[in-house]
Design a binder for this molecule. Structure first.
Ligand code: SF4
Length: 205
């Protein structure tokens, strides 16, 4: 019998949907190569120095269907994969596992950040769906951001020294090429902007 953690979302997210904070169609600072990035909404940790405080609330922000996100990601021929960031991706693990399986079926790779450790995600008290999502991942970056352990180096793929990179797909072993201090500015048709890449996080301007 499992004792998985209860989902902290105050309102159930409709089946087949994700509650997201943001989406970027092409990024080169959130994982290997060119990839889409999904920032999910909701995180319980409240890490001091978090660059993405707007992601903490579990209230509904933007509901997007798994199907429409998969189409967006796969419609861009430059994308080699997708990265899940947050917020905490593993509080929506089951829906992300479904999305990941569609992306992988098309030959792309899937990476996720998480504030949990891999051991916590493999334990019986992991969030619901954690194992299903782990089975889909090519790369996992684990561990919450710890301000006192911050690495402010242009060459580091992690933001604080407690974080670990688990490469489950050997084909990506030599592609740990992104750096947490690089940034990108995305300007959308409606004039809104997203800055991403710094500490693997996102902010709206
Ligand atoms: S740094 Fe990451 S794990 Fe920590 S509060 Fe911010 S979003 Fe959550």
């Amino acid at each position: 019998m499992t004792q998985q953690k209860a989902n902290p979302n105050p309102k159930p997210i409709p089946p087949g949907y994700l509650n997201i904070m943001g989406y970027v169609d092409e990024s080169e600072v959130n994982g290997p190569g060119c990839r889409a990035v999904i920032w999910v909404q909701g995180c319980l940790r409240e890490c001091p120095g978090c660059f993405n405080v707007e992601s903490w609330s579990f209230e509904t922000n933007q509901l997007m269907s798994i199907e429409s996100l998969a189409q967006k990601i796969l419609n861009n021929p430059r994308n080699q994969g997708v990265t899940f960031s947050g917020g905490e991706p593993f509080w929506q693990a089951s829906a992300l596992a479904s999305l990941a399986s569609k992306i992988k079926a098309a030959g792309l790779n899937v990476m996720s950040f998480t504030g949990f450790t891999l051991e916590q995600l493999q334990s019986q008290s992991a969030p619901e769906g954690a194992q299903a999502l782990l089975e889909q991942l090519d790369i996992l970056v684990d561990g919450a951001y710890v301000e006192s352990l911050a690495i402010n180096s242009p060459n580091s793929p992690v933001s604080s020294s407690n974080q670990r990179i688990h490469v489950f797909n050997p084909a990506l072993q030599d592609q740990i090429t992104w750096a947490s201090d690089q940034i990108e500015v995305h300007i959308f048709k409606d004039g809104s902007r997203i800055v991403t890449g710094y500490r693997g996080q996102l902010s709206n301007l």
